[in-house]
Design a protein around this ligand. Sequence first.
Ligand code: AHM
Ligand code: MG
Length: 333
Amino acid sequence: MKRISLTRYLVEQQRLEGHIPSQLRLLLEVVARACKRISQSVNKGALGDVMGSAQSENVQGEVQKKLDIIANEVLIEANEWGGHLAAMASEEMEGIYVVPNRYPQGEYLLLFDPLDGSSNIDVNVSIGTIFSVLLKPEGTGVSENDFLQPGTQQVAAGYCVYGPQTTLVLTVGDGVAMFTLDREQGSFVLTQENVTIPEDTKEFAINMSNMRHWDAPVKRYVDECLAGREGPRGKDFNMRWIASMVADIHRILTRGGVFMYPWDKREPDRPGKLRLMYEANPMSWLVEQAGGAATNGRQRIMTIHPTQLHERVSVFMGSKHEVERVTSYHHEA
Ligand code: AHM
Ligand code: MG
C-alpha cells in the first residue's frame, strides 16, 4: 500500500489543487506536531504528571485539568515562533495571545480547544484537540475583533482524537481527510479521503439527563426517536453519548448520526454549552464538507456572526436529513 504522509498530502494539495498557501501548510504541520506531543502526554496517563485537576479555573468558570493546561501550552509554544500566525485564541485563555514581538507575525489566526472532553481525561476515555484557522483582516496590529468572523470564513479546520488510535481529521475546503498516527514512524498517515456522512441515520447523541430542561422542538425530536418502530419515525433508534464532542463527531463522520447539545433551561441566558468559535465552527465545517449539516436549530452555524470570542451556541450536527428535521421542528414551534 502506498503510504501518504500528512506532509505529502499537504504538498500535493498545494501543488495540484492550489488550496494551501505555503504558510498555511506550515501552520497545519505545526498543529499536527503539537497534537503528536499532546498525544504522548495523554498516553502517559498516570505515569506522567498529567492526571487530575490543576486547581485553577478558566474564563468559562470550569475547573481546569492539568492536561487542559499542558495541551494549551504545547499548542502555543509550537505555533508562536514559525512566522505563520498573528495571534491565537483558546478555550483556556480569556483574551487572545498575540505572537510576541521577537517573532515575525504572519497573516493567520488560530483558534483551539486544546483538550476537548476534559471530564474524560481521568477515566481513560477518548478526548481531543479542535482547531480552526482564519485569515487576519487587512490592517496593522491584531485585536480580538479580528477573530470575530463567521465560520464560513475558515480556511482550515480539524481535530485530533486521542483514542485507541490517534487520528487527525482535516479540511481545507476540499472534502475531509483522516490521518492515523504511526507511532513507530512518528508521522500521520492518510487513512481515509473524501469522508462522507450518510444522509440518514438511526443513531442520535444527546445528554439525556438534561431532558427535563429542553425546549419543545428538541423534546419532540427525541421523543419520536425513542418511540421507535411503533412511533412516527417507523424505525428503532440507538443512542450514544461519549461526552467528548471530538469522539462523538468522529463516530458521526465515520458512520453517521446526529449530535445535539441544545440550549436548555438550566442556563436560560446562555445560547448553549458549546463554544461557537473553536468547537462548533470547525466541527460544522468538517460535517458540511462530509455532506452533513450543522445548525443551531434555526440557522446554519457557520453563518452566525460572533460578537464574543467565547460565545456559546446550540448545536445540531451530523446526518443531513436528521439535522433538517430537528431544525424544521424549531421553525414550526
Ligand atoms: P470541554 O471543552 O470543557 O471538555 O467541554 C465540552 C464537552 C464536549 O466535548 C461534550 O460534548 C460536552 O462537553 C459534554 O457535556 P456534558 O458533560 O454536559 O454532557
Ligand atoms: Mg471543548
